[in-house]
Ligand binder design. Sequence first.
Ligand SMILES: [Zn+2]
Length: 308
Amino acid sequence: MFSYHVIKRVVMLAILLCSFSVAGLASAERIKVVTSFTILADMTRQVAGVHADVVSITRPGAEIHGYQPTPQDLVQAIDADLLIYNGLNLEQWMDQFLQHLGDIPSVRISAGIAPISIDAGVYAGKANPHAWMGLENANIYIDNIADALSDIDPQNKTHYMTNASQYKARLSEQILPLKADIAALPEHARWLVTCEGAFSYLAADLGMKELYLWPINADSRATPQQVRRVIDHIRLHDIPAIFCESTVNTAPAEQVASETGIHYGGVLYVDSLSVEGGPVPSYEDLIVVNVNTIKQAIDSGLAKTQNE
Ligand SMILES: [Zn+2]
């Protein structure tokens, strides 16, 4: 993936950076944490507060499963005190990336979650990687982040633990009332139909049934068979709305909506935050915006079928 010359340059840079950090050890330093994608970066910032600089390798809006790291990404990560990634086969580029980084401490932040299996396609039976979309799992991620930060920066452990528990309380306060909104919808309408099968954990949290065009972004785009299967299910169950995600081509979902006459509910966010100032600059915003979008689209879809 990387040429000898690029790797040599990165190693030279690392040596240079190490000598700088030895020189700066006497001052109260912020630790540097690199995460694989923007959602983990936000969660880590919430827990770290003022004690860390946090950088995401993939940018807002990027496709994260099959990402191709650049030499600049290696440079960005090589002086990190900690690298945080999701695991569960989310970042298919991570093993090779970690090999190039040598012995930087890295943490698979999904450790300890209860995985939901993918139910179709070549990944059937494997864990669905999008575990952060469920509230209980998000709490486990946050605890794991607090533990990982405390391990490399024990002086600030109390700070990390306090931030983590305040963050978890804030998320629960925001998200739990939204579940009641979804529960108030008619049962037959509680379907979450999306492009990627990335919403198993959110659907389970919200008491919704799940249907998707393709199981995992890394290797599938909607085949005619996948489109047909979703259209058949929509007609069979009288499903009122379909959604797609911000990081992929929404055309197949819009095609399904126009072919079935159901409401196209717009984009949901799962694999990436938006830029600062966009609709979902934080994980908290991401869940709130998603659930509100789902609720409003299903209401519109139901109104549409009633008027026909
Ligand atoms: Zn995904």
